[in-house]
Design a protein around this ligand. Structure first.
Ligand code: ADP
Ligand code: MG
Length: 325
């Protein structure tokens, strides 16, 4: 059924820049009991500014130059920041010959015979590169300042550490408070960033849970693990035939009708890194200003004000389902 109620609800969303891909997304949203948010570009503006530049085995310029060389082909907001800053300083950026993005971790590249790594402490260590005590001190300095940190290494040597600052979206606190007032819990922050940065953000908004240093796959697992039922593909046939509807707090949520998992979580994210979590969530909500990949993975895309329509969306979904049933 494509009832008039759905059409009416969609009408009320007109002008908010919300794109709903099919009526079942709205129906599934009515059964959502939890929300999980990505940090960078979702709760924050994603308009990064360069923070502290901490050269260790190079000059500040060499540090930025090496980082920009490796980041040229990354679409990550941190990469765009580094490339922009190098250009602003008229630094010569060599063409990278090999480039690999490590989602939620950083990038590796080679240029003119040198190997460059830019990313998290974990990525650097995974490459077998030792972090000198000064690098660890630099990471602590950036943690204390609430800055996202990037370690830059060239040919196995840590050149230095770069910091980046982001701004919380002004509407984030109110939107989260409104969702909680609608009975949504947990309202979780899931981020690949360090826990100090995650905590600094969490202090300013009414989240109920914070999970830091999560890889994209771990975000997806968290989202899927909150499901009241396992994914349909993973279920025994006996279970499938007996459980054609699944109880939720609303008691009228039928995730099996949608062909997706019964996850009770809506995941809101933007970056290419978030596609797995968007896909595993009961409802994936993509910030439209993010990547096309995220927009494709989302059931709902917010093209206008990125967070503001969320409480209205939840209310409309519940009203719509009440009218249909
Ligand atoms: P978030 O969960 O805040 O959106 P991501 O999962 O995109 O963060 O990234 C997690 C961390 O991985 C970043 O804080 C950064 O340290 C590192 N990282 C990710 N992408 C890049 C990149 N292109 N260059 C350098 N570091 C990166
Ligand atoms: Mg992200």
């Amino acid at each position: 059924a494509t009832p008039a109620a759905v059409i009416a609800a969609l009408g009320r969303l007109a002008g908010t820049g919300v794109l709903i891909k099919g009526g079942s997304a709205l129906e599934r949203l009515a059964g959502v009991t939890a929300f999980a948010f990505d940090k960078t570009g979702t709760l924050t503006e994603g308009k990064l500014e360069l923070g502290d530049v901490i050269p260790l085995a190079s000059t500040a310029e060499q540090l930025l130059q090496a980082a920009a060389t490796a980041e040229q082909r990354s679409e990550h907001p941190l990469a765009r920041l580094i490339v922009r800053e190098a250009a602003a300083r008229n630094l010569e950026v060599a063409q990278a010959e090999a480039f690999q993005a490590h989602p939620g971790a950083g990038v590796t590249a080679t240029a003119s015979g040198t190997a460059i790594t830019v990313g998290t402490r974990r990525l650097i260590e995974e490459q077998g590169i030792a972090l000198p005590p000064e690098a660890l001190a630099a990471l602590e300095q950036l943690d204390a300042a609430g800055q996202t940190s990037l370690v830059v290494a060239r040919n196995g040597v840590v050149l230095g550490v770069l910091g980046a600052r982001d701004t919380l979206r002004p509407e984030a606190a109110q939107v989260l408070a409104d969702l909680r007032a609608l009975g949504i819990t947990p309202v979780a922050l899931l981020t690949g960033d360090r826990s100090a940065v995650a905590r600094a953000i969490a202090e300013q908004i009414p989240v109920t849970e914070v999970h830091a240093e999560m890889l994209p796959a771990q975000k997806a697992e968290w989202v899927a693990s909150r499901a009241p039922v396992p994914a349909a593909e993973g279920r025994a046939e006996a279970e499938l035939s007996s459980a054609d509807t699944v109880p939720s707090t609303e008691g009228r949520f039928s995730p099996l009708s949608s062909g997706r998992t019964g996850s009770s979580v809506a995941f809101v994210g933007d970056g290419i890194n978030d596609a797995p979590a968007l896909a595993r969530a009961g409802v994936g909500i993509a910030i439209g200003s993010g990547t096309d990949v995220a927009a494709e993975a989302g059931d709902i895309v917010m093209m206008g004000a990125p967070l503001a329509p969320l409480p209205l969306l939840v209310k409309l979904s519940r009203e719509t389902v009440r009218i249909i049933r």
